[in-house]
Design a protein around this ligand. Structure first.
Ligand SMILES: Cc1ncc(C[n+]2csc(CCOP(=O)(O)OP(=O)(O)O)c2C)c(N)n1
Length: 387
């Protein structure tokens, strides 16, 4: 189903750039976040609004990206419905952030490292992760964090921003070993208020590590709005303090996300060090299925973002170029349903994890404190079951 990035004919039409390239100005020089510049390429109706920076992407690859966005969306909606039926546990919906996930993962190769937070279903699928892994994790199984051999994907990270350090470490190792791979790490706007984010940015910049810091600025950290948690006008500008390029992009525009990430990957691969990308987007759903966004945000705000749906935008672009039609849409939606059914069947036939696995999956030998905690847990579960 997936098309490797290397098959991508993406010859960038706009000014090109990584150091040593043939260009006049880098993307980041042209889109200085301190000057209020943001990269936008395709508008809300699929119209090209900034042809200069339009990435020339192979049609097949673009259609593939659209299909993955749709698969991520339908899988997400289905998972929320299954959670409401008690068939999956608490999960963080991805809806609204598909362009961020798919557009960025589209820019990396299979040999590169994907270091995710917990809202990157589209990136996982784009990188070739089987759909059932995501459902398995939502069903509480650690098997969801075990990827096919050789796949360079880290487990989902729930401790906020900790994965930024993992990515910086991986990128440092790549550099030390003289490799040409890059690592891309995802995190939210809230994560930029954590120490781990700052330590990782500093380390990566000082040692010129090939890592792309990708911030999904979806406007909220649970109920806390982006505007209340940092005094910086943009998140992208935080890069400047660390001595690396930073760029703000329209995160609901697949083309802008892809263009910025492609340039960042080329920049990092060429040995120039890290880049920070801030993708401005909106979490259309709840923070998790345990959350109620009506308690802290206005319905009118959600209405403002609705017409900016990242999937509708790509669809309109494809249709305007006669690359996609209603018949193909209906056929792909049926295919999505079949893939989801198959993944759900895997989950429902999977043996449930034991409580011990919470600890034994992580540690080879348990220390006395953990042994004690495990004994307490078992005692509690036995009491709960009335034994
Ligand atoms: C170190 C840490 N502190 C607190 C939490 C509780 N927590 C879970 S999600 C979340 C908000 C994260 O917001 P953001 O980084 O913007 O990502 P988003 O969920 O919006 O994608 C918090 C505080 C946590 N998981 N880890």
């Amino acid at each position: 189903m997936s098309v490797p990035a290397s098959q991508n004919s993406a010859q960038l039409t706009g000014e090109r750039n990584p150091k040593g390239g043939n260009s006049t100005a880098t993307l980041w020089e042209s889109f200085d976040p301190l000057a209020g510049k943001k990269l936008e390429i395709v508008g809300p109706h699929g119209e090209i609004i900034n042809p200069k920076w339009f990435p020339q992407v192979d049609d097949e690859r673009l259609i593939h990206a659209y299909k993955i966005m749709l698969l991520a969306r339908t899988s997400d909606l289905r998972a929320v419905s299954l959670q409401r039926q008690g068939r999956l546990y608490t999960l963080p919906p991805n809806i609204g952030q598909e362009a961020c996930a798919v557009g960025s993962a589209m820019a990396i190769e299979r040999t590169d490292w994907l270091v995710q937070a917990y809202r990157e279903l589209g990136a996982q699928l784009m990188h070739g992760v089987p759909l059932d892994r995501w459902y398995l994790l939502c069903a509480g199984s650690e098997a969801g964090n075990v990827f096919p051999d050789g796949m360079r994907v880290l487990p989902q990270s729930v401790p906020i921003a900790s994965q930024c350090l993992h990515a910086a470490g991986i990128a440092h190792a790549i550099k030390y070993k003289g490799g040409s791979e890059v690592a891309i790490v995802y995190f939210g706007d809230g994560a930029t208020s954590e120490g781990d984010f700052h330590e990782a940015m500093n380390w990566a910049a000082v040692f010129s590590c090939p890592v792309i810091f990708f911030c999904n600025n979806n406007q909220y950290a649970i109920s806390y709005p982006r505007t209340s948690q940092t005094k910086s006008k943009t998140i992208a500008q935080k890069a400047i303090a660390y001595g690396m390029p930073g760029i703000q992009v329209d995160g609901n525009d697949l083309f802008a996300v892809y263009r910025a990430t492609s340039d960042a990957v080329a920049w990092a691969r060429a040995g120039n060090g890290p880049v920070l990308i801030e993708a401005e987007t909106y979490r259309m759903g709840a923070h998790t299925t345990s959350d109620d966004p009506t308690k802290y945000r206005d319905k009118t705000e959600e209405e403002v973002w609705k017409p900016r749906d990242p999937i509708a935008r790509v669809k309109q672009y494809l249709q305007s170029k006669k690359l996609w039609n209603d018949k193909q849409e209906a056929a792909w939606r049926t295919e999505c349903e079949q893939q989801i059914e198959a993944a759900v069947r895997v989950v429902e036939h999977h043996q449930a994890s034991s409580p011990e696995e919470i600890m034994t999956h992580v540690y080879k030998d348990l220390c006395p404190e953990l042994r004690e905690q495990l004994a307490d847990l078992k005692q509690f579960l036995a009491w709960k079951e009335g034994k």
